[in-house]
Ligand binder design. Structure first.
Ligand SMILES: C[S@@+](CC[C@H](N)C(=O)[O-])C[C@H]1O[C@@H](n2cnc3c(N)ncnc32)[C@H](O)[C@@H]1O
Ligand code: SF4
Length: 477
């Protein structure tokens, strides 16, 4: 099925998705091509000068951190107990008897702490940069044994500038966020949790290779709420194998009943993130990235949702969440009470765009002048850490113009209006001058943005919001 056919193939039980008209218009063919098989397009914002020396990135970062507003710091623990068929993140499987698995998992904490010490030595200003949010992401850090979790959190709290406003967040999957783990995390000062739920449909979960049920997902949310966590966030995906529009409607009903603080709704992304460097992919592709695998599943009677169905699913989630008090800020991140996702806001909000430091396999770190990705190859990574080298795999630099473009792209992903006065203060030229004016006028002529020189704002329209990843990566690159 070609892209246009796939877009037009919809589930008759739901309305035609609003964005279908814009995507079917030949003037937006590049956007249709982009969304057909897309990478994560709003996670890493790569520089325009490739082959930058990682040492130089560390120096740029240190210079920026000498005087910085709160930054986002993350520790990436790559361990997982199983490998999901859609996931291309750099993960390391830890399986087997609990003693063996626990020891293996705890080694990743040792490596992470070791790597963090190297950063602190090489980037002296990092120790005093205020930490806005500290995230332990993965992989599945919730499967770490209790003493390793305690060691990790104690280390970061003691060695980085955590203050009363620093938020600490921990990620995991619903099968390993046991009540005891949650109690431990609460005791260690962690107030935010996020967990991959993906779907509340057990059949869909099984096809994804998830080793938990939907009931475990609901239990996780309820337990976390009972224990008083301030922020309980779940990840949902749409476009999964055998997922139907109706199944997503049921997901929405469950979400509204559980009322988590936040929901991250992501379209299934299958293009390799490393092709575009807009996300970080591990060494091994996800099973679902392999065309043979996909064809085999289709041959067995399974259904890959069409593009039209995917956008129907998105619309159900977006409208349902917005209609019930959730705000999307930035794209894909929905939270109750009109608040932004703090760690994302630190990175992408037009008035912040602070540095981000990621410690661990495949971490993505950035400052205004450059960005770097930590090695994703676990053996190379471990050897470098053992040898006392920060295991940065590659870095890119932003020319002055690219810094400006990056700021605009990041700000657009927040879905808030771009503020020209703020842009002029930062970059010394207006968004209503060239080259920006033609770019935004082109978006406006296709109904994707509103350009308002009177108010000094550029705002994405509802279609523009849905297509923001495609827009920033094809038109503002
Ligand atoms: C790196 S995972 C960590 C969460 C945790 N390990 C779990 O799975 O419960 C973060 C989230 O990324 C999303 N994700 C992973 N692969 C994806 C893909 N190919 N397309 C879209 N979202 C994806 C999933 O929603 C997942 O929960
Ligand atoms: S989605 Fe989560 S649990 Fe699944 S492989 Fe990726 S990181 Fe591991």
């Amino acid at each position: 099925m070609d892209a246009l056919e796939s877009l037009l193939a919809i589930d008759p039980s739901a309305p035609v998705p609003a964005v279908q008209k814009a995507l079917a218009d030949p003037v937006n063919r590049h956007l249709l091509d982009y969304v057909t098989e897309d990478p994560f397009g709003a996670h890493v914002f790569p520089g325009n000068e490739i082959g930058y020396a990682p040492e130089k990135f560390l120096a740029d970062l240190d210079a920026q951190l000498a005087d910085s507003a709160p930054i986002h710091l993350w520790s990436y623990i790559p361990t997982c107990a199983y490998r999901c068929r859609f996931c291309q993140y750099p993960v390391v499987l830890v399986k087997g008897e609990p003693e063996v698995a626990d020891t293996k998992a705890a080694q990743w904490v040792d490596r992470n702490i070791r790597e963090a010490r190297l950063w602190l030595a090489k980037v002296p200003n990092l120790a005093k940069a205020p930490i806005g949010e500290f995230n332990v992401f993965g992989g599945t850090p919730s499967l770490l044994p209790a003493d390793a979790i305690r060691r990790l959190l104690d280390f970061y709290r003691e060695n980085f500038a955590f203050g009363p406003d620093t938020k600490i967040r921990f990620e995991g999957d619903p099968s390993t966020f046991t009540r005891e783990k949650l109690e431990l995390l609460a005791e260690l000062g962690c107030t935010k949790l996020s967990s991959g739920v993906q779907s509340f449909d057990d059949h869909v979960l099984e096809l994804c290779g998830r080793e938990h049920t939907s009931a475990m997902c609901a239990d996780f949310v309820r337990n976390a709420q009972k224990l008083g966590f301030e922020w309980v966030s779940i990840d949902l995906m749409y476009g999964l194998l055998d997922q139907s529009v109706d199944s997503v409607r049921r997901d929405l009903d469950v979400v509204l009943e559980l009322a988590p603080t936040a929901v991250v709704c992501t379209k299934l992304h299958l293009k390799s993130y490393s092709d575009t460097r807009t996300g970080v992919a591990g060494v091994q592709p996800a099973a679902w990235q392999l065309p043979d695998y996909r064809d085999r599943m289709a041959g067995r009677g399974h259904h890959w949702p069409t593009l039209g169905e995917q956008y129907q699913m998105r619309e159900i989630l977006t409208e349902g969440l917005r209609g019930n008090g959730y705000t999307e800020w930035p794209t894909m991140y929905f939270a109750r009470g009109g608040q932004p996702e703090k760690w994302k806001a630190i990175m992408v909000d037009q008035d912040k765009q602070e540095a981000e430091v990621a410690i661990g396999l495949g971490g993505s770190s950035s400052c205004r002048a450059s960005e770097a990705i930590t090695d994703v190859h676990w053996q190379r990574y471990s050897e470098a850490v053992e040898a006392g080298r920060i295991p940065l795999g590659s870095a890119t630099r932003f020319s002055e113009r690219a810094q400006e473009a990056r700021a605009v792209k990041m700000a657009l992903t927040t879905l808030r209006p771009l503020d020209d006065a703020l842009h002029r203060r930062r970059f010394g030229r207006s968004l209503f001058d060239e080259p920006w004016l033609s770019r935004f006028s082109a978006l406006a002529s296709r109904g994707l943005a509103d350009v308002d020189p009177g108010r000094g704002t550029i705002t994405l329209t509802p279609d523009g919001e849905v297509l923001v990843e495609a827009i920033i990566n094809t038109e503002l690159a």
